[in-house]
Design a protein around this ligand. Structure first.
Ligand SMILES: C[S@@+](CC[C@H](N)C(=O)[O-])C[C@H]1O[C@@H](n2cnc3c(N)ncnc32)[C@H](O)[C@@H]1O
Length: 301
């Protein structure tokens, strides 16, 4: 690890950058070899992890339990309570050694190739940038696509260290840091591009608003943001209307959205995101609403 990389207990807040030169770089960390503590799905009876059958049974049940974090989890003290939910019915949410990999793969499969389309959109809009941050990067497929398109410096930011370790092991050349969308551990005006894919609908409205404020801070003037989130259409239209407009895929995404546990989805769909982005100093260049994805392209004024 170079001296510019973070130690195990990393500063993961924007405040750590106050007073630093505007162009000093954020701190990456090598997450590939991070030893992360087991959580309850990792050690069932006999020390074995949850079986696939148990995971499916857990996801299908309506009983949700609070995510439990080990005392020695990196960044634990900065992880807000709203993140600690079993989104999508995943046992212990985004926090376990054995389950998060399956979730990442399952997400791609369940989206029937739509995330590839999203990645093409990211490359189209951010491919000319010099420094891009993918916020809520998960296993960083989206960040990697931007890096492969030739952007010299691509960062992935995620609150879950388990996700960051997948990202580091799956992709070379990305810079990864632990942190929150609403408290980005970076100096101001550092990036000229940002992406957020399927992240904001997992956050309460006040955190989305704060995240927009943080994006306005870390982006330089003219910097672009691409946002892609679940569309409200698959929730609002009837099965018949979806069938007529989008065929069986429309009906499938309606079923999917209604089956997974998404505690903030309704409030996210009620929010006027474009208006809030304008209030925070962005121009809305594009807005597109289809099934299953709604997207925005913003420009920092
Ligand atoms: C549904 S996954 C999407 C991952 C990735 N963007 C993709 O499209 O594959 C949401 C990710 O956002 C992260 N996340 C949720 N809330 C966050 C926040 N406030 N700040 C940073 N990351 C967050 C989660 O840990 C998770 O990895």
């Amino acid at each position: 690890m170079s001296t510019r990389e973070q130690s195990v207990h990393t500063p993961i807040r924007a405040a750590d950058y106050v007073g630093q030169a505007e162009q000093s770089s954020p701190l990456p960390r090598d997450w590939s070899r991070a030893e992360l503590p087991d959580t309850w799905p990792d050690r069932q009876r006999g020390g074995r992890p949850l079986s696939l059958r148990q995971v499916i049974r857990h996801a299908m049940s309506t009983r949700r339990q609070r995510v439990a974090l080990p005392e020695d989890l990196p960044g634990r003290e900065h992880i807000p309570k709203y993140v600690l939910q079993e989104f999508h019915g995943v046992p212990n949410g985004n926090y376990s050694n054995c389950i998060t990999r399956g979730y990442v793969t399952g997400f791609e499969i369940s989206m029937l190739g739509e995330m590839r389309r999203v990645r093409r959109m990211l490359v189209q809009h951010l491919g000319d940038c010099q420094r891009v941050i993918d916020v809520g990067c998960g296993s960083a497929r989206n960040a990697a696509a931007v890096l492969d398109a030739g952007v010299p410096e691509v960062w992935g930011l995620d609150v879950s260290p388990y996700m960051l370790r997948h990202a580091a092991n799956d992709h070379n050349g990305l810079r990864l840091m632990q942190g929150l969308a609403e408290d980005i551990p970076s100096p101001g005006q550092y990036f000229d591009g940002a992406s957020l894919v399927f992240v904001l609908h997992e956050m309460p409205t006040r955190s989305v608003t704060r995240a927009l404020g943080e994006l306005a801070r870390v982006l330089c003037a003219g910097g672009k943001v691409v946002v892609a989130e679940p569309s409200p259409l698959q929730m609002q239209l009837s099965g018949w209307q979806l069938w007529r407009r989008y065929g069986w895929r429309g009906v499938y995404f309606r079923w999917l959205m209604r089956s997974v546990h998404e505690p903030f989805l309704k409030v996210w769909h009620r929010m006027d995101f474009a208006a809030e982005a304008r209030r925070r100093g962005f121009e809305v260049l594009e807005e597109h609403c289809a099934v299953p994805v709604r997207s925005w392209v913003l420009r920092r004024l």
